[in-house]
Every structure is written in C-alpha cells, then in structure tokens.
Design a protein around this ligand. Structure first.
Ligand code: NGS
Length: 289
C-alpha cells in the first residue's frame, strides 16, 4: 500500500470527557520510576533516533514539535520521556521531541531556550504545531490532544495536581502551551529578557492579548498534569519580575512585541545530537543580545 492510499489518522480518545471526580490519580496512571533497560528498549523500539515517530498505518494530519527547555533535571527528563512517547503515539501524530539546554554559567532563561527550540526545530521540518513543555509536567489524560488550533494559544496544563486541578490564577498559562508557527511568529515568540526562574509565561499571556491572539485553556477534565517535585537549587536565580510585567501592557499596546523575542535572538549553538529518544540542542546566549 502506498502512503497516498492511507486514511488520515484518528487519535484514540478513550478518556474524552470522562468524569473521574476526585479519582484522577487512580484512573490516569503515570510512570514515575525509570524503567529497566530491557523494558525501555521495548517501549522505545519504534522511536527513530532524535526522538521522532510517525504512524505507519495511517496518514498523520499533524506534525508536532515538542520543545523542552532544560537544565540539570536528568531524572525528570527521563520520567517525562517515558510518559510522553506512549502518550503521543496513542494520538497518532508525527512528532519529534527537542530538548534545549542552556550552558552554564549564565542564569537559565527559559524564554530564550524555547525561542531557540522553535527556530532550530523549524529548520529541520515544517511542523504544524509547536508545544513548549516544562520538563516536570506529566500529562495524565491521553485524550488531551497535543494539537495546535490555528490563530490561538492553547494552554494545555489547565489542571495541575499541585493546584488542585484548577488554574492557580486567572491569567496562568504556564507549564505546557502550544501554537501554530504563524501564531507564534505573530507574537514574536517569548520575551528573551526574563532571566532566571518565572515570568516569561505571564509575559506571553500579555503578548497574546495585545496581538489579539485568543487564549484557550484545555478543558480541566483533559488538561490534567502530575507535577514532579523539585526543590529550588542554590544556583536558581530569581529576579523580581513584577516591574517588567507591570510595564509590559504599555509596551505591547504601543510598540507590539518586537523589542525582544524571536527577532532579537543572538546565540551560539554549541551542540546538536540525535539521541535515541530526543534531539538535544545546547546553546549559549551571546553577551550582546
Ligand atoms: C508565578 C510566576 C510564573 C509561574 C507561576 C507558577 O508567580 O512564571 O508562578 O510557578 N510569575 C512570576 O514569577 C512573575 S511555579 O509554581 O511553577 O514555580 O509559572
């Protein structure tokens, strides 16, 4: 059978709309322990080097790049990959997982890492959907389709366990969000100047509002996530982001998001490796940016 005669893929939707009340932990299982090597080989046997997979029995409609900003969270990355590969395969999309690591010693800048992930992933394939994914957020309900609606921001992690399966505040779009490439370019990606932990997600909310890109939260029966615990590390930098966020609406209303973002990246690519279950990209922010 040639690929042109295949039907368009349909995702499995077994948990769609299922009301599990308080019983989420028991209904939606996530794997929290690393697997022994033999089981890993079995689980990942269909995954191509670089962390890419596509269904063979149908024609995928969606081409999804998963972008994970990363630094020093090996155990969490392992757990996320163990869960994410089977999760995405059950959804029958063509996907590739990119892990974007920032070199030491500069403080971690997740907005920068996510923008670089977008640029580097786009250079390899015209993905139709880019999902920016925290390393410590594990999706629990595989009916939450990892797809990007056109012209909107989709916030997937609308029901994290640590926030009692609700948004912690009205404008929260942290954890996991997705865009089509055109929409991501329309808001100029993430701001690059939120250095250290936090704030870039609150900022992209504002960029979306002022670029008139509607924000959609996943239904909270679907956007259910287990969040892995991690203590703040001594090297984690926390910079007060309040003043930047207070000023952002004025900035974006008058000048748009062009001051900082995809169009102002200045980085050195230190490495690209096609590892067995993901593509690893390491970068350094150049001083002048
Ligand atoms: C807010 C942060 C967000 C962050 C959210 C949840 O305070 O970036 O907490 O944080 N905003 C600022 O710092 C301005 S978390 O519990 O994930 O560490 O996403």
């Amino acid at each position: 059978m040639t690929s042109t005669s295949l039907n368009v893929c349909q995702a499995n939707q077994e948990n769609l709309g299922k009301d599990v009340g308080q019983d989420r932990e028991n209904v939606y299982k996530v794997r929290l322990e690393p697997l022994p090597m033999s089981n890993r080989t079995e689980l990942f046997k269909e995954v191509a080097t670089g962390g890419r997979w596509a269904p063979t029995s149908c024609k995928p409609r969606d081409h999804v790049a998963i972008i994970i900003p990363y630094r020093d969270r090996q155990k969490h990355l392992e757990i996320l990959l163990l869960n994410l590969h089977p999760f995405l395969q059950s959804q029958k999309c063509h996907y590739q997982i990119f892990v974007i690591e920032q070199a030491h010693p500069e403080p971690f800048n997740t907005g920068y890492a996510k923008n670089i992930g977008f640029v580097e992933a786009s250079a390899t394939f015209n993905f139709t959907c880019y999902i920016f994914h925290d390393v410590d957020k594990i999706p629990m309900n595989n009916s939450l389709l990892y797809r990007c609606p056109p012209g909107r921001v989709l916030h997937f992690a609308s029901a994290e366990d640590r926030f009692q399966y609700r948004l912690p505040y009205k404008n929260y779009i942290g954890g996991v969000i997705g865009f089509t490439p055109d929409t991501f370019k329309k808001i100029n990606g993430f701001a690059n100047n939120y250095i250290g932990w936090g704030g870039d997600d609150d900022d992209i909310f504002l960029r979306s509002v002022y670029q008139k890109v509607p924000i959609e939260h996943a239904n909270n029966r679907l956007g259910v996530y287990r969040v892995l615990n991690h203590p703040r590390l001594p090297g984690d930098v926390y910079m007060e982001k309040g003043p930047m966020l207070q000023f952002a609406p004025q900035l974006y209303r008058h000048y748009g998001p062009w001051d900082s973002g995809l169009t102002t990246l200045n980085y050195t690519l230190l490495a690209t490796e096609h590892r067995p279950t993901y593509t690893w990209i390491k970068f350094n922010v150049d001083q002048a940016s």
